[in-house]
Design a protein around this ligand. Sequence first.
Ligand SMILES: [Zn+2]
Length: 119
Amino acid sequence: MRPRARARVAAAVPCFELARLGRRPGQAALHAHVPPHLVRFRNLPPTPVSTLERNRQIAMEAGLEYVYIGNVPGHEGERTYCPRCKKLLIFRQGYSIGEVHIAKGKCKFCGKPIAGIWA
Ligand SMILES: [Zn+2]
């Protein structure tokens, strides 16, 4: 990841998540397969959904392939999309999983390997 893109991701991804990686936000070296979760703060005042969406977009434009939005029921950011063909791979709503379009660790539509351990 380019330094400028890395800095934009550091601004977009909550610091406590980066802290789990054992690095300071400006020094984080995120691999494209690291799936950050932008979780909505639900106490007063709640995080605007538009803020989460903007940060998700920034992180994805910087090269992260799987960026999720949490605590926004029904939001498309709960789902997994293929980084190559952009088709829906896993439909999630809360803790429920519906459609899954991954076979043998690859996108069923274009064959791109999808990071993770799949049963
Ligand atoms: Zn695909």
